[in-house]
Design a protein around this ligand. Structure first.
Ligand SMILES: *Cc1c(COP(=O)(O)O)cnc(C)c1O
Length: 406
């Protein structure tokens, strides 16, 4: 059983121009032909230094552009466009998604604080907490992504030095959908900042700030890029937290590449179409997988076997094309190796959100500490690209033949 995609449900959080639909906004944001000699796209500004018209201007602190590390028009256009799309108070673009996670955590947490981290966080997020924050006097307590708001209340009483709740919904690799509005409401009662890694859904399918998240992180590397040629991170924050994020980032002076900002703006123009198509393809392939006798379960938020599926229906306006399957318990790691090595179209690689179909085996039992992951079989994650769907199904079918022959 699976849910139909909810067509036409994309709602921009707080469009700057409420009369415009999200597709039109994404078409227009972050460019201004009149300032670009009539050309449609904002050029790539490259520059270290910024010249001031006169002495008075050189001593003014408020200028939008003062020095290369503080930004330039290409980067500012991207940040403003993303702010309009997410409905936050401001955005900072960074040179990778992992960096966006790290800087957001560093901006929010101080020595002696505790962060509650979902047990299904993207693995480098976990490594940052365990490998860096711990050395700086910040503790991390991992929690079950499926906790209820009441469970969170207990955790916050048990760990009173908690100042941040970090969510990732759906969870990396295993796709548990979290009760973000419920968890954020309780966190705010305790004055705890709420952060989310919203990379899978993008702002188009999950309106993180409207659902209670103070800070929303996107690996622009994935669906914003769409072409596997960009590494980029974005932090958007609401009015409560944007000043702190900005102040901290101005101290780090991290600068995303100018060409990367240009590519991210280009990705924005087609992102609506691409994520809608990703949704259609992801659902068709998830259903195909569900119909296969070799598959025990499909972990895709729009499918009823996925933990938190009901929450997905309530809170999300769509789904994308990355999901996992659990194979029947009789299949061994050697069988999985045969299947993955037999694919002609699906290739093995970590990232996703690009035009190419990918597959990866993950052992999700190895790193969790708050929960045991025991799905009853081995897990394989798929990213569905833009190849012909029948070619993809044929490739998956011949892969299953290799799985069974061993
Ligand atoms: C890829 C990814 C990141 C990190 O993005 P990079 O730009 O590759 O560093 C963070 N979170 C999630 C959920 C991701 O999938």
């Amino acid at each position: 059983m699976s849910e139909q995609p909810q067509q036409d449900a994309i709602q921009p959080a707080q469009p700057q121009q409420p009369q415009l639909s999200v597709e039109t906004m994404m078409n227009r944001l972050g460019r201004c032909a009149a300032e670009q000699s009539g050309f449609i796209n904002c050029p790539i500004y490259r520059g270290s230094t910024n010249l001031f018209d006169n002495f008075a201007a050189s001593t003014m602190k408020g200028a939008e552009f003062r020095y290369g590390t503080f930004g330039n028009p290409t980067r500012a256009n991207l940040e403003k466009a993303w702010t309009a799309l997410t409905g936050g108070a401001g955005t900072l673009a960074l040179s990778s998604g992992a960096q966006a996670v790290a800087y957001a955590l560093m901006a929010v947490l101080n020595a002696g604080d505790n962060v509650l981290m979902t047990d299904t966080a993207y693995l480098p997020t976990r490594k940052f907490c365990d490998g860096f924050l711990s050395k700086k006097g910040i503790s991390t307590v991992y929690y079950d992504p499926c906790i209820t708001p009441e469970d969170l209340r207990e955790l916050l009483r048990k760990y009173p030095n908690t100042t941040a709740l970090f969510m990732e919904s759906p969870g990396s690799q295993t796709f548990e959908v979290q009760d973000v509005p419920g968890l954020c409401a309780v966190a705010h009662e305790f004055n705890v900042a709420t952060l989310i890694d919203n990379t899978w859904a993008t702002p188009l399918f999950f309106d993180a700030h409207a659902k209670g998240c103070d800070i929303s992180i996107e690996a622009g590397t994935k669906y914003l890029s769409g072409h596997s040629d960009l590494i980029m991170g974005l932090i958007s924050a609401n009015a409560t937290w944007f000043p702190t994020i900005k102040e901290t980032l101005m101290l780090f002076q991290s600068t995303p590449g100018d060409e990367s900002c240009f590519l991210a703006l280009r990705g924005l123009r087609t992102m609506y179409l691409r994520v809608r198509e990703a949704e259609r393809r992801g659902l068709e392939m998830a259903r195909f997988m569900e119909s296969r006798p070799e598959v025990l379960k499909v972990l895709h938020p729009a499918m009823s076997d996925c933990p938190g599926h009901e929450i997905w229906k309530r809170d999300f306006t769509g789904s994308t094309a990355v999901f996992s399957v659990i194979l029947l318990p009789k299949y061994t790691l050697k069988d999985v190796e045969h299947m993955l090595d037999s694919y002609k179209i699906f290739q093995m690689g970590f990232s996703w959100g690009g035009f190419e179909s990918l597959v990866m085996y993950y052992d999700c039992t190895s790193y969790r500490t708050a929960t045991a992951f025991a799905p009853g079989g081995l897990l394989v994650r798929y990213q569905i690209g833009l190849e012909n769907m029948e070619d993809l199904k044929d490739d998956l079918s011949q892969g299953f033949d290799h799985l069974r022959s061993e």
